[in-house]
Design a protein around this ligand. Structure first.
Ligand code: 1CP
Length: 354
């Protein structure tokens, strides 16, 4: 087993005792950091940054140099899988992701390959290996993937969406076709995350950013079922250590019990949920990650600290909480704000771990 200088993130996910509440921030590498913008400019476009292991490693480490974060997250994107399936991913200047060949019919689904993680996605594994080497055991490295449903929304819509009309039309007119797409994605995600674990990721997180747009029964059938398959297929112990799995459905507050029943180790919460209620509902089964509104980072320091106090008090005594934002950090927050956040969590949480 490789030693870790700071393992409180892994311990909290397994609900083992810690000295203080660990914290990391969703999308902690990114455009709110001037040094990210500089490296991104050096790389050219976003995918070139992802494909360059040294530069991907550099941007992964940038937020850790500024803030006392308890985990690093691989710098990559959820859309690497559809890109490796041949859909032709591009990011226009100042625009969201776009696919040249969106999924429109059965033959497109039938012809989708299941990418080999050490071939088409080897650049991701190389980034994982490089980051692990450069982290030098300081903090654990989180690997990640999108959920099958969330990946499918981009593949069928051809990019970002607000109303999800194309994929919902497929869901209600050709449910079998959508299921076969989701099934291929689930198989691909299992191979991809297991390869990240073998390459050095010490925990993994599944981002179901768009699960919350589904009707109740459809969430269970078209999103959660496939995340459950993934949890069942993952390597759960590697290098003498448990590899915790976190599921995050944005807008998933109504489904926490069902999510906890998949056998995952932790649930990510967005800010619409009260973490005390969430703990009462599922805290005997899973750890909880979250859940400050990322917009609070626009506020002055005392307001940020007040929110930290409230969330820590709501979670209460003991382990099983990883502090985080309820979604990704905004691009224009002051660079001083995350320091206020991280330092106040570490300081104020110690009382809850005595
Ligand atoms: O211009 C740029 O520099 C690109 C902006 C950017 C960044 C920094 C994109 C394009 N992706 C990323 C990195 C990224 N994406 C990371 C690693 C960085 C970190 O966390 O430190 C991670 C974990 C993601 C995951 C991701 N990508 C999600 C799931 C999490 C979430 O925020 O909901 C989603 C939905 C994406 C798709 C995507 N990639 C990029 C953008 C702008 C988007 C969102 C598009 C949309 O809103 O539909």
């Amino acid at each position: 087993m490789t030693t870790l200088k700071n393992d409180r993130y892994l311990k909290a996910l397994l609900r083992e005792p810690v000295d203080m509440t660990p914290v990391w921030m969703m999308r902690q590498a990114g455009r709110y950091l001037p040094e990210y913008k500089a490296t991104r400019a050096q790389a050219g476009d976003f995918m070139s940054l992802c494909r360059n292991a040294e530069l991907a490693c550099e941007v992964t480490l940038q937020p850790l140099r500024r803030y006392a974060l308890d985990a690093a997250i691989l710098f990559s994107d959820i859309l690497t899988i559809p890109d490796a399936m041949g859909l032709g991913l591009s990011f226009g200047a100042g625009e969201g992701p776009k696919f040249a060949k969106p999924i429109e019919n059965k033959s497109a689904v039938d012809n989708l390959p299941i990418p080999d993680p050490e071939q088409e996605l080897q650049y991701v594994m190389n980034a994982v290996r490089t980051i692990r080497r450069e982290l030098k055991g300081e903090v654990p490295l989180i690997g990640f993937s999108g959920s099958p449903w969330t990946l499918a929304t981009y593949m069928v819509e051809g990019g970002s969406s607000k109303a999800f009309t194309k994929i919902k039309k497929m869901l209600y007119t050709q449910p079998h076709l959508l299921h076969s797409l989701l099934d291929k994605l689930a198989q691909s995600v299992i191979l991809y995350l297991n390869a990240q674990i073998k390459a050095g990721a010490q925990a993994v997180m599944i981002f179901d950013t768009w699960g919350g747009v589904l009707a109740h029964r459809d969430y269970l059938d078209f999103s959660l079922q496939y995340m459950h398959q993934i949890v069942d297929g993952l390597i759960r112990e590697h290098d003498g250590r448990k590899v915790p799995v976190t599921l995050f459905t944005k807008g998933g507050g109504l489904w926490l019990e069902a999510m906890a029943d998949t056998g995952c180790d932790a649930l990510g919460l967005d800010w619409t949920v009260n973490i005390a209620d969430a703990r009462a509902r599922v805290g005997h089964k899973v750890a909880l990650q979250g859940n400050m509104d990322p917009s609070i980072l626009y506020a002055p320091a005392p307001r940020i600290e007040q929110e930290v106090r409230s969330i820590l008090a709501d979670f209460g005594q003991g382990s099983g909480h990883v502090f985080n934002l309820g979604h990704g950090i905004h691009q224009d927050v002051p660079v001083e704000s995350p320091k206020v956040l991280v330092d106040s969590i570490h300081q104020l949480s110690q009382a809850y771990h005595k």
